[in-house]
Design a binder for this molecule. Structure first.
Ligand code: BES
Ligand code: MN
Ligand code: MN
Length: 516
C-alpha cells in the first residue's frame, strides 16, 4: 500500500492506480485556472486533473457511488446555493434568528440525506446540530465536525455579487460561507447521501456535529464535548474547514495555530479635551496606546513579552527542509497580496512564519477624531483589539497572563488601563503517520488524481485540541478550499471543481477509513 510521505512531491509511490485513470472527478474546468493565484508550482500540477470518470480498482459499491456523484454534479450546486442563502452570521445579534434557521436547515438536510437521530442540542449560545449513522458493525466510527455559522460580510460594497445570493462565475461559487465552511460541510453531506442512496449503507459509522459559534470562538463547544463524551465516542475526527496548499495541490493539514484575543481600553480623562487649552498637561491615550503597542515587538519582529517563547516547540530541521521543497513563490505571494514587501520575524521563511511561529497582531485601533477635516482634540479614550497566534506547546491561559502582566508593566500611570480577554484556542499538531491520515491520503489521490502534500496552517479551529484532550481522538484535516478564496473577506468563493473532487474524495475517505 502506498505510504504518504510529506511533501515528497517528486517521489513515485508504489501506487496501485495508473496515471490515466486515477482522478475520478470530472474536473474539466481546471483549464479555466491555468495558473495559481497565490503560490506558484510550475510544472508540478500540469497533469493534476484528468477528465476520466472510471477508476482502476473498481469495487461495485464505489462505482455506483461515484456514478451517482458525477450524475448529480449540477444539482449539488443548486442545493448548495440554498444553504448559502441563509445569513448565519454568529457575530451579529441581528442575525440570531438566521443562525437558528440555519441550524434547522442543516438538520433537515441531514435527515434528507439519510442521517439518523438528527437533533439540535441547545447550548447557552447557538445549538449544535447532531446526527449519526451507526449501522456499519465492526467498522470504525468517524466524528465529523464543521460549522454552519459564517463571518460578517462588511464591507458590503466590495462584493461583486450579493453575499447571500450565491453566484457562479468562472467555475467558482461566490457567497459568504462558500469555502468557510458551508461548502465543505455540504461536500460531506453529498458524499454520505451518495453512499446511502446507492448502497443503502455507509462503509463506516459516522457521527456529525456542526456548531454555530466557530467564528466567534466556540465558547460553548468544550462544555458540549465534555458533557457528551460517551455519545461522541469515535475512532477519528474528520474536518474539512481549511484550504489546500494551492490550486491543484491537495493537502492534509497536520497543524493549526492557537489564539488569544484581547481588547485594550485606555482612558486618559473623563471627556475629550481642547488640545490647545490642555495639550501638554495630560497624556494622550491614543499616543500612549501607540507606545504600548510599539513595545510588543522589536525591530526584527520578535515578540518582547517576557516568557512568551518559553514553550514554543522549535521547528524540526526535517520539517524546514520539507517546507523548502514546497512550490512556494514569495514574490508572487507578495504580489497577490498587494504587499510592497513581505515582513516577518527575522530568521524564518514566510511559510515558517505563518505555520510554525507565533505572532502578535493588532486587529484594530480606535481613538479620537477620524472624520473628514481637522479637529483639535485630545481624545479621552483609546481602544485596540489585539491577538496572538500560538504554536505548540504554548498555552493560551499562560500567554494571556504574561500579556496582561506586560501591558500593566509598560503602560504609564497617566492613563487607566483595562485589558479584557476575549476568545481563544489551543494550538494543535498531529503525527501524519497515523493510519487515518494515510487513509485520507489515498482518498484524496482518488478524488483529485494527485498525491496530497502535508502542510500546517496559520488559522485556528479551537475544538481540534479539545477532541484530542477530552476524547483522545486524532483529527484528519482534509480541506478543499484555496488560499485565495477570500475567507472572512469580500467575494468569498469556492472552486466548483474542488467541490466536486472533494465530494468524491470524501466518499472514498469513508471507504478508506473503513479499510484501515
Ligand atoms: N476555517 C477557519 C480556520 C482556518 C483558517 C484553518 C485558515 C486553517 C486555515 C475558521 O473558520 C476560523 O476562521 N477560525 C478562527 C478561529 C477564531 C475565531 C477563534 C480563526 O482562525 O481566526
Ligand atoms: Mn471555518
Ligand atoms: Mn472562519
Amino acid at each position: 500500500m502506498a505510504r504518504f510521505v510529506p511533501f515528497d512531491l517528486a517521489r513515485k509511490y508504489e501506487a496501485k492506480w495508473d496515471r490515466s485513470s486515477e482522478c475520478l472527478a470530472n474536473v474539466a474546468d481546471s483549464a479555466e485556472h491555468p495558473q495559481s493565484t497565490r503560490r506558484t508550482f510550475g510544472a508540478i500540477c500540469t497533469s493534476t486533473f484528468s477528465t476520466f470518470s472510471t477508476f482502476s480498482t473498481p469495487s461495485t459499491d464505489m462505482n455506483a457511488v461515484i456514478d451517482f456523484i458525477n450524475t448529480n454534479r449540477d444539482k449539488y450546486v443548486d442545493e448548495l446555493k440554498a444553504y448559502l442563502a441563509i445569513p448565519s452570521i454568529s457575530a451579529l445579534p441581528q442575525h440570531a434568528a438566521d443562525v437558528k434557521r440555519c441550524a434547522e436547515w442543516t438538520a433537515d438536510e441531514m435527515r434528507r440525506i439519510g442521517m439518523e437521530n438528527v437533533k439540535l442540542v441547545e447550548t447557552p449560545g447557538y445549538p449544535v446540530v447532531y446526527g449519526d449513522w451507526l449501522h456499519a458493525e465492526g467498522a470504525p466510527t468517524i466524528l465529523f465536525y464543521g460549522h454552519y455559522d459564517v463571518q460578517p460580510v462588511d464591507p458590503l460594497d466590495l462584493w461583486e455579487s450579493p453575499p447571500f445570493e450565491a453566484t457562479v462565475r468562472d467555475g467558482e461559487i461566490y457567497a459568504r460561507g462558500a469555502a468557510d465552511d458551508k461548502g465543505q460541510v455540504f461536500m460531506h453531506f453529498k458524499a454520505i447521501e451518495a453512499h446511502l442512496k446507492q448502497n443503502g449503507k455507509l462503509p463506516c459509522n459516522i457521527k456529525i456535529i456542526l456548531e454555530g459559534e466557530e467564528e466567534v470562538g466556540s465558547a460553548n463547544l468544550d462544555n458540549f464535548v465534555k458533557a457528551h463524551k460517551d455519545e461522541l465516542k469515535a475512532d477519528v475526527v474528520v474536518i474539512s474547514d481549511s484550504p489546500m496548499f494551492d490550486r491543484g495541490i491537495p493537502s492534509i493539514c497536520y497543524g493549526l495555530r492557537g489564539l488569544v484575543y484581547f481588547q485594550i481600553d485606555l482612558r486618559g480623562t473623563k471627556s475629550d479635551l481642547h488640545s490647545g487649552s490642555f495639550g501638554g498637561a495630560v497624556a494622550n491615550p491614543a499616543f500612549v496606546l501607540a507606545n504600548v503597542l510599539a513595545q510588543m515587538k522589536d525591530r526584527g519582529g520578535h515578540i518582547k513579552i517576557p516568557g512568551f517563547y518559553d514553550d514554543v516547540r522549535d521547528l524540526r530541521e526535517e520539517e524546514r527542509e520539507q517546507w523548502k521543497r514546497l512550490p512556494f513563490n514569495e514574490k508572487r505571494y507578495a504580489k497577490e497580496l498587494g504587499a510592497p514587501r513581505l515582513w516577518g520575524e527575522t530568521g524564518y521563511s514566510t511559510l515558517e512564519r505563518v505555520w510554525a511561529r507565533p505572532t502578535f497582531e493588532v486587529n484594530g485601533i480606535l481613538s479620537g477624531f477620524t472624520g473628514e477635516g481637522a479637529k483639535t482634540v485630545i481624545p479621552a479614550v483609546a481602544m485596540a483589539k489585539v491577538s496572538m497566534r500560538l504554536v505548540p506547546n504554548q498555552d493560551p491561559d499562560k500567554i494571556a497572563q504574561l500579556f496582561e502582566d506586560y501591558v500593566k508593566k509598560v503602560a504609564p500611570k497617566t492613563v487607566e488601563v483595562k485589558v479584557t480577554r476575549m476568545h481563544g484556542g489551543k494550538p494543535w499538531m498531529t503525527d501524519f503517520d497515523n493510519k487515518y491520515v494515510q487513509a485520507a491520503g489515498r482518498a484524496i489521490k482518488q478524488g483529485f488524481g494527485q498525491e496530497p502534500v502535508f502542510n500546517r496552517e496559520g488559522g485556528s479551529i479551537p475544538v481540534v485540541a479539545t477532541f484530542q484532550e477530552i476524547l483522545g481522538l486524532p483529527s484528519v484535516l482534509f480541506g478543499v478550499g484555496l488560499p485565495d478564496e477570500n475567507a472572512h473577506a469580500p467575494n468569498e468563493k469556492l472552486d466548483l471543481g474542488n467541490f466536486h473532487g472533494g465530494i468524491i474524495a470524501s466518499a472514498f475517505l469513508y471507504d478508506e477509513i473503513a479499510k484501515s
